[in-house]
Design a protein around this ligand. Structure first.
Ligand code: C2E
Ligand code: MG
Ligand code: MG
Length: 422
């Protein structure tokens, strides 16, 4: 309240004093992780310590306040230029750099800062909102930095809002498609399965890849409905292929599951229903879950995964190697498959110095008796190197990109080998 009061006073006096007035919006990066993993009392202690450091790095004429949660506001009353405000932002970021000692642990904390400079016509709420938008932009660019508010940020925020309502409609009107990327056996390049990858057929913008809309879908929870649709659709498609192109070794299908979906829907029931409706064998369905999610290791997740596994479906760790997690979850969770992330596959060449890293991942998987699928294979050299290390299957542009269902069907009809390693 004091902060807002000072701000509106300073704003009212602005035409008279002619001085500079700047608002900084400071928001901690990943504070939720601290709170969730170390508990609220540690979170509170951290907030107090952060507040202190911020305070020590301001001048007597500045006002700092905690606005709520992990957000702090700073009012610079005689920062005549933007340069002075940027200097302050830099100083505050630097002040947060040394680790905090909280309940005996060293915590590294960073913040995102948005800066809004007032002019004669600024209003309190608008100035705060501008600083907030600039902070959001700093966060979007990865955090631990400051941004100055620009008018275009309004447009970006509006765009996000717009995209949000379009996405809502897209869910209602079923504007999504699944494309299927073949997964091949590396020894002979025969198609053994496919990964279903979602696309948005946007009425004006054409076909959009997941990175254009999944983050927003996660934020707005629409991912829960989308994910349910994808699961049902994928199972239906597999059943149709099975009928049209019967084969000796049944094809398997990999479907990506988001963590929200696992938390907020009865995924076990969804999967059971989808399998029953499509009349496909549980062994033919693989559910892909990203590693960072599994690193959470909570009991509820474990229970759900165990029940999914009990249905007979297989579980894969997606993007394996990118989660920086303790590997203990590999033993706790009922996992069948590791999907080696593209960033490692990239280095799978005979001459590469990073070869030993890929090799270690492969050995880890093999010693735990997990099946290995390599992601993002782009050339023959990678395919051969992976095969030599003991990776059984893979996917990537070298073999085929994600295909529309009809094209995938045609591939099955021709029973083609995608490419044989020399
Ligand atoms: P992912 O599950 O790791 O899927 C593999 C991604 O790598 C796909 O991107 C695929 O098109 C791309 N890719 C395949 N081969 C190559 C290659 O040789 N080189 C390169 N550079 N890329 C390759 P896509 O389709 O854009 O999907 C991105 C991510 O979106 C997926 O990563 C997955 O995490 C997520 N996603 C896709 N569909 C769904 C879905 O239905 N539900 C959920 N929750 N997430 C999905
Ligand atoms: Mg995947
Ligand atoms: Mg992946």
């Amino acid at each position: 309240a004091l902060f807002e009061d000072r701000l509106s006073h300073a704003l009212a006096g602005l035409p008279r004093t002619g001085g500079g007035l700047t608002v900084l919006f400071v928001d901690l990066d990943d504070f939720k992780t601290v709170n969730d993993s170390l508990g609220h009392s540690a979170g509170d202690e951290l907030l107090r310590a952060v507040g202190e450091r911020l305070g020590h790095n301001l001048r007597g004429t500045d006002t700092a306040a905690r606005l709520g949660g992990d957000e702090f506001g700073v009012l610079l009353e005689d920062a005549p230029t933007f340069t002075a405000a940027a200097e302050t932002a830099r100083r505050l970021l630097a002040a947060l750099e040394p680790p905090f000692l909280i309940e005996g642990r060293r915590l590294n904390v960073s913040a995102s800062i948005g800066i809004a400079v007032a002019d004669q016509s600024s209003e309190t709420m608008q100035l705060m909102r501008n600083a907030d938008l600039a902070m959001y932009e700093a966060k979007r660019r990865g955090g631990a930095q400051w941004r100055l508010f620009e008018e275009s940020m309004h447009a970006t925020a509006l765009g996000r809002l717009e995209l949000g309502s379009q996405l809502q409609r897209a869910v209602e009107e079923q504007q999504f498609e699944l494309h299927y990327q073949p997964i091949v056996r590396l020894s002979d390049a025969a198609v053994v399965g496919a990964e279903a990858l979602i696309r948005w057929r946007h009425p004006e913008r054409g076909l959009l890849p997941p990175k254009e809309f999944l983050p927003l879908a996660e934020q707005t929870r629409l991912i829960v409905q989308m994910g349910h649709w994808a699961l049902t659709e994928a199972c239906g498609t597999l059943a149709a292929w099975q009928e049209d192109f019967p084969r000796r070794d049944p094809l398997f299908l990999s479907v990506n599951i988001s963590m929200r979906q696992l938390h907020e829907r009865d995924v076990v029931e969804d999967v059971r229903a989808a399998l029953a409706e499509a009349e496909i064998e549980p062994q033919q369905l693989v559910l892909e879950i990203t590693e960072s999610f599994l690193a959470d290791e909570d009991e509820a997740t474990l229970g759900r995964l165990q029940r999914l596994r009990a249905l007979g479906v297989r579980l894969a760790v997606d993007d394996f190697g990118t989660g920086y997690s303790a590997l203990s979850y590999l033993q706790r969770f009922p996992i069948d498959i590791l999907k080696i992330d593209r960033s490692f596959v990239e280095h799978a060449r005979r001459a590469s110095t990073s070869l030993s890293l890929v090799r270690s991942i492969v050995q880890l998987g093999r010693s735990l008796h997990l099946e290995l699928v390599a992601e993002g294979i782009e050339d023959a050299e990678q395919a051969e190197a992976l095969l030599a290390m003991g990776v059984t299957s893979g996917q990537g542009f070298y073999f085929a990109e994600p295909l529309e269902p009809e094209r995938f069907g045609a591939l099955l009809a021709s029973d083609a080998r995608l490419r044989l390693s020399a």
